[in-house]
Design a protein around this ligand. Structure first.
Ligand code: 5GP
Ligand code: ZN
Length: 143
């Protein structure tokens, strides 16, 4: 629990929320400023700012809950699809510093965009640069 974290306060019941699912380690509730009907947030019950701050059990609970709820949320609001994602870090648009996965239901012709729209202009990367990036990531992934 972090003293002035709004999502910790929701976990503790100090701030009301429309909770749609509660497990041992993760909880899901409706976003207060929904981008679409059914816009749902899934958070760990413990205070973790970034995805990489979560221990494995906590991360598993969050991702399992997202997996369990995507279809349920879509059916709940009769959506045609959903965007599922995290703003991880301020540079990525994270405003509340407590991990939260967004489930944003999508509807045919809703005028929205795919996740490809979030990162601004696409960089122009050469084959060599792509090889170097892949190898840097791969060596760390297999550390
Ligand atoms: P972020 O930009 O950090 O990924 O998204 C934070 C999300 O939390 C926003 O979509 C915002 O509407 C939502 N939010 C912020 N404060 C509250 C709150 O007190 N209750 C609920 N239910 N959602 C909140
Ligand atoms: Zn918190």
């Amino acid at each position: 629990m972090s003293e002035d974290c709004i999502f910790c306060s929701i976990v503790d019941g100090e701030i009301p929320a429309r909770v749609v699912h509660e497990g041992e380690e993760a909880i899901a509730f409706l976003d207060a400023n929904p981008l679409a009907p059914g816009h749902t947030l899934v958070i760990p019950k413990t205070h973790n700012e970034r995805l990489a701050d979560m221990d494995e059990d906590t991360a598993n609970a969050v991702f399992q809950t997202l997996y369990d709820l995507v279809d349920v949320v879509e059916r709940g609001v009769d959506a045609d699809g959903a965007n599922v994602g995290f703003n991880d870090g301020e540079a990525a648009g994270q405003e509340v510093p407590h991990v939260h996965g967004h489930i944003i239901p999508r509807f045919e012709g809703d005028g929205g965009y795919p996740l490809h729209a979030v990162a601004g202009e696409s960089p122009d990367l050469s084959e060599d640069e792509l090889d170097e990036i892949a190898s840097d990531i791969e060596s760390r992934a297999n550390d």
